[in-house]
Design a protein around this ligand. Structure first.
Ligand SMILES: [Zn+2]
Length: 320
């Protein structure tokens, strides 16, 4: 509860909505982002239904909201099973007219069927190829490699699946992509957040750290974020530092700060980094600029150069 108050007061954007079923959910920050921006709406005033499958009609509707489509231009249907006047009708027509979506056959769209992960890749890739201005932060994060279930990906969707991987939007799990699996509303919220440059779940530590005393938060300013990991000494790494930590029960994950900040506050001081979370000063780096180096991975192969928030700026607060 203390954390919630803090986010209302200091977080990026106004967290206007709070859903009872996402309060402690792993995708909470993305759900807040997509609902605050009106891309998703709740399934009721107090619920988001994060575990429900997102349907093809729902996903295309979200994309149309993201693109701020004037739906009055598209209030007709291109498919037999997309009836005029449904919430998704204009969005599907817009997406079809612009080559973002295709039907499930020549006359049907199957708007109420769950959307699959490979279909989402294809649709997003088509959407991005329009050169839309709504999308930000799509740095090239480097391709991690072929999925173990690559042969299950529909041939026409393969290029899109790996394009989403290289952008860091959908990266699979343990080397598997699960192309035919459905996607939950929570996962859909995460994808849309990432399309907007907000990689919240990458930052959320594996356990919830202790709540700070919110009465003593001071805004420090904008800082540029860099990353360090357990593999920074590996051949692909670029730093000397290789010891850091994620949050554990009762403690925070670690950061390294500028010499000036380190002298002023010292090791052990907790900062709140917008979009990252609470982190504890561990060390100082050699950079005199306003840079915060955040521990991001226990992986012994350094991928810091491709981490989604490497180079991004964030508001930083000090917890005293
Ligand atoms: Zn590294």
């Amino acid at each position: 509860m203390v954390l919630m108050i803090f986010l209302f007061a200091f977080g990026s954007g106004a967290y206007a909505k709070s859903f009872s079923d996402t309060e402690n959910h792993w995708a909470k920050y993305s759900v807040d982002f997509v609902t605050d921006n009106g891309y998703f709406v709740g399934t009721s005033a107090s619920t988001f239904s994060p575990k429900s499958n997102i349907t093809r009609g729902q996903f295309v509707t979200v994309l149309a909201r993201l693109e701020k489509v004037d739906t009055s231009y598209y209030n007709y249907s291109a498919f037999e099973d997309v009836k005029p006047g449904c919430y998704y009708t204009a969005a599907i027509t817009w997406a079809y007219q612009n080559g973002i979506v295709y039907g499930t056959d020549s006359s049907h769209f199957s708007p109420d069927s769950p959307i699959t992960r490979e279909q989402i890749c294809f649709i997003i890739n088509n959407y991005l190829s329009l050169g839309t201005t709504a999308v930000m932060g799509s740095d090239d994060h480097g391709r991690d490699g072929i999925y173990a279930d690559d042969n299950e990906i529909f041939d026409n969707f393969k290029e899109s699946v790996y394009q989403m991987q290289s952008l860091g939007y959908m990266v699979g799990n343990n080397g598997y992509f699960r192309p035919k699996s459905n996607m939950t509303r929570a996962e859909g919220a995460v994808i849309i957040s990432r399309l907007c440059g907000m990689f919240y779940e990458v930052f959320v530590p594996p356990v919830t750290p202790p709540n700070p005393d919110v009465g003593t938060m001071n805004y420090l300013g904008y800082y540029r974020l860099t990353c360090y990991c357990a593999g920074c000494n590996s051949p692909r790494g670029s730093r000397d530092t290789s010891s850091g930590a994620f949050a554990t029960p009762g403690d925070y994950g670690t950061i390294a700060v500028s010499p000036a900040l380190y002298e002023m506050y010292g090791a052990g001081t907790v900062l709140y980094i917008d979009g990252v979370g609470f982190r504890k000063i561990q060390d100082k780096h050699g950079n005199t600029e306003k840079v915060i180096d955040v521990y991001v991975s226990n992986d012994t192969t350094c991928k810091c150069w491709s981490h989604p928030f490497s180079g991004k700026s964030a508001k930083v607060y000090i917890v005293r």
